[in-house]
Ligand binder design. Sequence first.
Ligand code: SF4
Length: 218
Amino acid sequence: MHDQLMEIYKKLFEHFGPRHWWPADSPFEMIMGAILTQNVSWSSAATAIESLKNEGILSIEGILSCDPENLASLIRPARYHNQKAKKLQSFCQVAAEEFGGDLDAFLSLEMGTLRERLLGIFGIGPETADCIILYAAEKPIFVIDAYTKRIFSRLGFCPEKISYEDLQQFFMSNLPQDVDLYNEYHAQIDALGHHTCLKSKPHCGECPAAYRCTARQA
Ligand code: SF4
């Protein structure tokens, strides 16, 4: 199974090239982006990040000192802005109160402990927690998302309705625990899901994984 997963990875990498994830200038910006991109495209989240930067509040103290309504209005391009403002402030509150505002100390927690603490924060589910662990804390956890489930079920590796945990376990037990590999593999899956393996009309003719796909369309 390891060889099959690595073969797909290599085909994707040759096709899309390096994705340079995560697109952020700092771990804190990465974390805010991971929350802001929930249920919306990255371009919408990026616009909201720019807005926070322009306002000079892209920091733990800045987010916490911002009036919730004002914060919501600044991140409006990312949609669900009231909920997301609360999520950003909830994360910052934990970072400030439990770690004295030292984000490195927070991210230095042992991986399992870090995941558990992140999942206890309002608005952080498994996918967001794992993105933070992989891309901000740089610890080896494989991120699963809707694209991963769609693509790997179409490729015949798993049922379409496989659970997040089971699919994560599948990747992590068949690949080496390697931050760089997990980083790039997830980014490559995102590229395939976003550009090629679309939900209703996949562009199979231009898919680098078509050679082994059971759901390939003419
Ligand atoms: S061949 Fe088509 S259905 Fe299969 S993974 Fe590629 S784009 Fe998706």
